[in-house]
Unconditional design. Structure first.
Length: 115
């Protein structure tokens, strides 16, 4: 429940900041006849602004700089994955050697007990 109240508080603060920073929306909402009309105005404005933000984000993500950096990040991640894979193989081989050693030792001890 603590996380839920934190999320609600954060959303409430974000909406309050949004309303306070938008003079036109604040003026329109003050003239609304009831809370439903105010909520509808707020929803319409959020939708409109959301579309603007989505367009800007799309342009940003498709920009040459971002694409170049994504390629660099992908190359870096691929390189690091290769290094990690080699290390894992090394530790797996070492573990197999140790397991075989202890298995042979166990077989010798079992043979000794059976005699």
């Amino acid at each position: 429940m603590k996380k839920f109240s934190l999320i609600l508080g954060t959303l409430g603060g974000a909406l309050a900041g949004y309303i306070l920073s938008n003079d036109k929306l604040r003026h329109r909402m003050s003239e609304a006849p009831n809370a439903e009309a105010m909520a509808k105005m707020l929803g319409e404005q959020l939708t409109k602004d959301g579309r603007k933000v989505a367009k800007e984000v799309k342009i940003f993500v498709e920009s040459d700089d971002v694409q170049k950096n994504l390629k660099k990040a992908k190359a870096f991640a691929t390189k690091k994955l290769g290094v990690a894979q080699k290390e894992l193989e090394k530790y797996t081989k070492k573990g197999m050697k140790e397991a075989k050693k202890y298995a042979k030792k166990g077989v010798k001890e079992m043979r000794g007990m059976m005699k």
